[in-house]
Design a protein around this ligand. Structure first.
Ligand code: HEM
Length: 184
């Protein structure tokens, strides 16, 4: 477990450093776009906020699974782990989150795509096409996971690339630095 946490931390640090380097480059090359306060962009801003909360909600489920010893991480973190008495409440919550994930996931992808479309985001700043690609990536592999006729091998691959933190870490870091570049 220490090893996997170490792995995640090293991975995050590499993404963070690479993003910071690119941030400095983009900051010197691209001028901050003027703030546009159109009707669409005002609504688009709202979608951005909702999208952020939706992502936090999705990854809270992953954290909850780890805390409850559902993931290999927590099992190795707490060898004598036994479910706490209040677990049934958490189990109910987790079951609810599991059942709703597909809908929350589809809504999240839709909301983030709407946000991007309405804000007219500068695609020459590579953080933005990257976030766009990653969100579509999550959506497409999520659909493969859910679709009944997905071949077994593709389903396995989809689980591997969809059900993990690494994409989330990239989405978070890229979106943060991207917004730093265009915020007036
Ligand atoms: C930005 C959007 C999405 C994100 C960030 C996301 C993230 C995740 C993560 C982290 C997991 C691992 C389970 C966990 O431990 O939490 C997961 C599982 C899963 N996701 Fe998504 N997801 C998204 C969209 C979707 C969509 C659109 C679908 C289906 C249409 C979908 C279907 C699934 C399925 C079937 C599983 C595996 C079963 C399960 O753990 O319940 N996801 N997703």
């Amino acid at each position: 477990m220490i090893k996997s946490i170490k792995g995640i931390l090293i991975y995050s640090a590499i993404v963070l450093i690479a993003s910071a380097v690119y941030f400095v480059y983009a900051y010197t090359v691209y001028p901050t776009p003027p703030e546009r306060e159109t009707f669409l962009s005002e609504i688009g801003e709202g979608f951005g906020e909702v999208g952020l909360w939706a992502l936090l909600f999705i990854y809270a489920r992953t954290l909850l699974k780890l805390v409850m010893g559902k993931g290999p991480l927590a099992k190795r973190l707490l060898p004598d782990y036994s479910a706490p008495i209040a677990a049934s409440l958490f189990q109910q919550l987790l079951r609810f989150l599991d059942r709703t994930h597909v809908y929350v996931g589809i809504a999240t992808v839709a909301i983030i795509l709407l946000h991007i479309a309405m804000m007219g985001i500068p695609m020459q700043i590579l953080f933005f096409p990257a976030v766009l690609a990653l969100v579509i990536w999550q959506g497409v592999f999520g659909l493969f996971l859910t679709w009944r006729y997905t071949p077994k091998e593709l389903k396995k691959l989809s689980y591997l690339v969809h059900a993990q933190f690494l994409t989330g870490i990239m989405i978070g870091i890229f979106a943060y630095f991207g917004h730093l570049l265009i915020d007036n």
